[in-house]
Design a protein around this ligand. Structure first.
Ligand code: PLP
Length: 426
């Protein structure tokens, strides 16, 4: 697509956008005068769909009206509530329905998955992950390593960007696998890196790791709802994600996990168990059934009956994704929207910024990470003062994530215009 830098062009793109009606489905936060903020932090907390209030209120009403009977007699019975998000969730991550489960929070799911898929032996005990990684992932992984009495210094391998670069080369990850593959138990990568916005070729790295006998887990926190995924076909062993970023399901919303069919149906895998992972046919025999019989699906990793009030928002959010035509339709707009931002930033005359996110659409999601060479904190403060919601990652990176469901081309234009003004002022 050929872009033009003038404001009129941005407005034309919005007028021609087949997804433009979806913005109105969301509450857009405003400044004190009621003007909508330029909300580019859907990578941190996605906006609230207007439909979500009623979906949550329905459960509060059913609880008030029915008490315990809501489990079976509620309008959407709580007993099988998680079933209502299974199919849309499977569509979002490219999975079979029995390969996904909505449960817990991301880091909890990471631990539950590692309890099954990280079982170090004397010869195969290493974990390979990328740097920079989100701290929770690093803590979870290091604590799993020490939990087995091992030293992260020897068991944790980091795939790092080359000197002077910000993003990873797939070749370098493959070289690490060639060198250490027979000692690596688990490869854990972000689908999209939280800091740089780099989108990995998950199919390629999964195949490379599995060739060496390693298990592959993907943290999709910044990928789900952002880029199309085909977890089943890519043969990923497991994946985890949260639902409050691009999935717009609210703070602390119920997260998710994927377990590939070949493991999900394997009842003999070791796992941490709770009653919600037991075969529903015998679950309510309670104390008469002391042996855990895992249901042959990803559900067998679930422990507890789910928190309905933080599961409900997934329903109204996923309905929007389906109505918009799923991830392929959203991705089409997303590539244009982020491409437009890149185009506008490229035109900036000065050398005050470097976009550290890769330029190829196949190598990034919607986020651009903008490294400010001078006065990064002042720049960020100015953006905030001008009604931009983006975020700042120490020491000098501003992350901006225009999302296809509720951001417009004109907002991207205004954001780039503000950055350009800062340059002239600086
Ligand atoms: C957002 C994010 C998390 C957050 O973990 P929670 O358990 O949901 O608090 C973890 N890892 C990555 C990569 C993230 O982007």
């Amino acid at each position: 697509m050929t872009y033009s830098p003038n404001e009129e062009f941005a407005l034309q793109l919005d007028a021609a956008d087949p997804l433009r009606r979806f913005r109105d489905r969301f509450h857009i936060p405003t400044d004190t005068t009621g003007r909508p903020l330029l909300y580019f932090v859907g990578n941190s907390l996605g906006l609230m769909p207007k439909a979500t209030r009623a979906v949550v209120e329905q459960e509060l009403e059913d609880w008030a009206r029915l008490g315990v009977d809501g489990h079976l007699d509620g309008r959407t019975p709580w007993y099988s509530y998680h079933e209502t998000v299974r199919e849309p969730l499977a569509r979002l991550v490219g999975a079979q329905p029995h390969e996904v489960v909505a449960m817990n929070s991301l880091t909890v799911n990471l631990h539950l998955m590692m309890a099954t898929f990280y079982r170090p032996t004397s010869s195969r005990f290493k974990i390979l992950m990328e740097e920079p990684a989100f701290p929770s992932d690093t803590y979870a992984i290091k604590s799993q390593i020490t939990h087995y009495g091992r030293d992260p210094q020897e068991a944790l391998l980091l795939a790092r960007p080359r000197e002077g670069e910000f993003t990873l080369h797939h070749d370098d990850v493959e070289a690490l696998l060639d060198e250490h593959g027979d000692q690596i138990a688990l490869v854990l990568l972000g689908g999209v890196n939280f800091f740089t916005g780099q989108l990995f070729d998950i199919a390629r790295l999964t195949a490379a790791a599995q060739k060496h006998g390693c298990t592959v887990g993907i943290d999709l926190a910044h990928a789900v709802g952002n880029v199309p995924l085909q977890l089943h076909d890519w043969d990923v062993d497991f994946a985890v994600w949260c639902s409050y970023k691009y999935l717009n399901s609210g703070p602390g919303a119920v997260a998710g996990a994927f377990v590939h069919e070949r493991h999900a149906t394997n009842r003999s895998l070791p796992r941490l168990a709770g009653w919600w992972g037991n075969d529903p046919a015998t679950r309510f025999r309670m104390h008469l059934e002391p042996e855990f019989i895992p249901v042959p699906s990803a559900d067998s990793w679930a422990l507890s009956n789910p928190p309905i009030l933080s599961l409900a928002p997934l329903r109204s959010s996923f309905a929007i994704f389906d109505e918009a035509g799923g991830m392929s339709a959203l991705r089409e707009k997303s590539v244009q929207l982020t491409g437009y931002l890149q185009f506008l930033l490229d035109r900036a005359p000065s050398k005050l910024y470097t976009v550290i996110t890769l330029r190829e659409p196949t190598e990034r999601g919607c986020q651009l990470s903008i490294l400010a060479h001078e006065h990064p904190k002042e720049l960020f403060a100015k953006l905030e003062a001008a009604d931009v919601k983006c975020d700042f990652r120490e020491p000098n990176v501003v992350r901006a994530a225009p999302t296809p469901l509720y951001n417009t081309f004109h907002e991207v234009w205004r954001f780039a215009d503000l950055l350009a003004q800062h340059q002239t002022a600086a």
